[in-house]
Structure formats: structure tokens, C-alpha cells
Ligand binder design. Structure first.
Ligand SMILES: [Zn+2]
Length: 384
């Protein structure tokens, strides 16, 4: 393994950039490192100026660049049984342990370590870096940076999002839509159900409605994309409601998420849910208690990545990796956001998603080597 790549991975993992905390120390480190090599960074801060995206161009400011995209944040380690200090890279045998080694600091650490080589070779077409914040909490950071990239950079030909795919090409990920539904009922003694509207029991009917849609999806024709779960899933993960078994509950809320295949628009499911509320449930509820209501709030929505016909990013990563597959992953990533903004996009990065978010997260050294080879071929391609 190249010492420079190892050092950069260790350096970046050393910044404890858990999503709830600032990522500015890491961003300042990278921007100072790039400045040392004469590369200017552009920062796109969040509203409170506590976090920032960074994008930068190595090579000439011309079209035909390749964007290497990654997120700077990592998931927490709270309560996880780690055998080593999570924010210090620990080398054991053929692995490097540390939070973010797989998901996903190694990808852009390796590319950053190769910046001197990119400059020495002299690129004919640029390699861009695009590093975001708040990916792990709903891909919240990237959109403002993608907007700036679209407005300010000469059109790149491809975006490679370096999520851990074992250096295989992934051309699809599901969309994610998450939110909360809040049911307001009307309190009464449990012995007098005709006087009350039970928020908990209404929520139960709504949850069953969601489950029925989920079953329908599972029984329907599978997606053309090769997801492990080849249909759109709908899941309710939290329910909170009621105060006592002898009180008809006034309030109940539940949190749900939908992970849709490219063929399905999550809005269709939301519309069906809304129609069920308005036509089947609310009239009777409000006849008894005018204040009764069902309010659904969509909290996060990340577009999916769909396989492109003759996609340039796919062709390019095929050349660079020799992988002829067309993988699909169930987790959401920023790739769909880039694609929606008009960029040809695939996922490809070192490490395995199986290790992501786990205690004792690690990356195999062989994956680091494979990523270094990938970057060398990319530099060759962009230099000629
Ligand atoms: Zn990730």
C-alpha cells in the first residue's frame, strides 16, 4: 500500500466527523492540503456555518472532467463495542480498522494522496473533488453543492460516487422517502367508545393500510433492476401514542419509510395513503370530533439512481475497473441527486457495505490497492 494513501486515510479518519458534529476541521485540512498543491477549493457552507461541502478541480478548467464524490460525515459509534479506538486507524493483518475506513473516507483519501501525481502528469481534462456533509442523515448536504457544480464547472462527463461497492459498478440505488404521520383523536373513557375517537386505533388501521401496500408490492412483478429486494418496501418503525388503557387516546404518531425501485414513484403511495385518510377515515372521525385529524409530514426524500442507457459514467468505470456487472444496492446515496441534476453517475468505491456502520468497521488492504489502481488508470485517462 502506498504510504501516502495510508497516511491520508489515517489523517481523515482521525477527524471525528459524526453527522451531528461539525466537519469544518476536516474540510479546512483538505482545503489547506489542496492549497499547498496550488489547487483552489470552493466551500458551500450550511445555514449555520457549522458544516461545509467542498469542491475543487485538479487540472484545467475544461469540459470532460470526472467528479469523484464522497461524504465527509460518518455514523456515530455510541454504544458500539469497538476493540480499538474508532477514530484512529488501526492496522491488523490485512485490514485497516476505523470509523469511515469503508464508509467512505478511503475513496477520496486515496484520490487526495494522488493529487501530486495528477499535477506531475499534467491532466488534459480535470479530476474534480466533491465532498459533502450530512449524507448519513438523509443526503442533506449535497444538493447545494451539486447546484454550484452545475452552475460553475465546465460540464464533467461523469460522476463517480465512492460508496463502498468492493470496487464494482453500481448503477442503481433505491429512493428513500421518510416521514411521520400524526393522528389526532378525541379523548373519552374507554367504556364509552361512541364518545371518543381513538388515535391509536386509527393509527393501527393506517399502519395496516401501509402494510397492505407493501405486500401488494412484494407480490407484484419484480423490478427490472437487480435489487436484492426487487420491489418497493414500506415500513413503519416507530409508534408512540396514548396515555392509559382506559383512556381513548387523543394522539398517536408513527414514523415510516419507503424505499422505492426506479419504476415506482413514492408519491403514488403517498397519494393512495392520503386518499384513504380523506375518504375512508376522516369523515367519520370528524363527525364525532371536529378537531380530529391525520397529518402526514414528509421529512426526507432522496431520489433513486436508475441505470442509464449508454451511460458515460458506466462506460468509464467499466474501462477503469474491468467490471462488466450492473449492480444495484438497497441503501440510498447521493448518486441519485447527481443524476437528477443531469450528470451521468455511478457508484464505485473501495470496501464493503457489510462493514459500514458496524463496530470494528474496516477496509481490506486489497481494496485500497484496487482503488489506487483505479485512480492510476483514471489519471492516465484524463492525462491523454
Ligand atoms: Zn456512505
Amino acid at each position: 500500500m502506498s504510504a501516502a494513501a495510508f497516511d491520508m486515510i489515517a489523517k481523515l479518519v482521525g477527524f471525528a466527523t459524526v453527522s451531528r458534529d461539525s466537519n469544518l476541521e476536516l474540510i479546512e485540512y483538505i482545503s489547506a492540503y489542496l492549497a499547498e498543491h496550488g489547487v483552489e477549493s470552493r466551500l458551500v457552507p450550511n445555514a449555520g456555518n457549522s458544516k461545509a461541502n467542498l469542491f475543487a478541480t485538479v487540472g484545467p478548467s475544461v469540459e470532460g472532467g470526472v467528479v469523484l464524490s464522497g461524504h465527509t460525515d460518518v455514523v456515530p459509534v455510541d454504544g458500539q463495542p469497538w476493540d480499538s479506538e474508532p477514530f484512529t486507524v488501526t492496522e491488523k493483518g490485512e485490514r485497516l480498522y476505523g470509523r469511515g475506513t469503508a464508509d467512505m473516507k478511503s475513496f477520496y483519501a486515496i484520490a487526495l494522496a494522488l493529487v501530486p501525481e495528477m499535477l506531475e502528469r499534467g491532466l488534459a481534462r480535470p479530476i474534480h473533488f466533491a465532498l459533502s456533509y450530512d449524507e448519513e442523515v438523509g443526503c442533506l448536504g449535497a444538493p447545494s453543492m451539486i447546484e454550484r457544480i452545475a452552475a460553475e464547472l465546465p460540464a464533467p462527463r461523469a460522476v463517480v460516487v465512492g460508496e463502498p461497492t468492493d470496487m464494482r459498478i453500481v448503477t442503481a440505488h433505491k429512493s428513500i422517502t421518510g416521514g411521520e404521520t400524526r393522528v389526532t383523536g378525541h379523548e373519552a373513557h374507554s367504556s364509552q367508545p361512541h364518545r371518543g375517537v381513538s388515535a391509536v386505533m386509527t393509527a393501527a388501521r393506517l399502519i395496516t393500510f401501509l402494510e397492505d401496500m407493501a405486500r401488494e408490492n412484494a407480490a407484484g412483478p419484480p423490478s427490472e433492476t437487480s435489487f436484492e429486494t426487487p420491489y418497493s418496501t414500506i415500513h413503519v418503525g416507530t409508534v408512540r401514542g396514548g396515555t392509559a388503557t382506559n383512556i381513548i387516546s387523543r394522539e398517536c404518531r408513527f414514523g415510516w419509510d419507503m424505499r422505492c425501485v426506479p419504476e415506482d414513484d413514492p408519491q403514488t403511495f403517498l397519494d393512495r395513503f392520503d386518499r384513504y385518510c380523506r375518504e375512508e377515515l376522516l369523515p367519520a372521525m370528524q363527525a364525532l370530533a371536529p378537531e380530529a385529524d391525520i397529518v402526514t409530514t414528509v421529512g426526507s426524500s432522496v431520489p433513486g439512481l436508475r441505470p442509464e442507457d449508454d451511460g458515460e459514467a458506466e462506460a468509464l468505470v467499466r474501462l477503469l475497473t474491468g467490471d462488466n456487472g450492473r449492480g444495484a444496492v438497497a441503501y440510498a446515496a447521493e448518486a441519485g441527486q447527481f443524476q437528477r441534476a443531469g450528470f451521468s453517475t455511478v457508484l464505485c468505491g473501495p470496501g464493503s457495505i457489510d462493514q459500514a456502520h458496524q463496530p470494528n468497521e474496516y477496509i481490506e488492504k486489497s481494496q485500497i490497492h484496487a482503488c489506487i489502481d483505479f485512480m492510476h488508470r483514471l489519471i492516465d485517462m484524463q492525462a491523454s
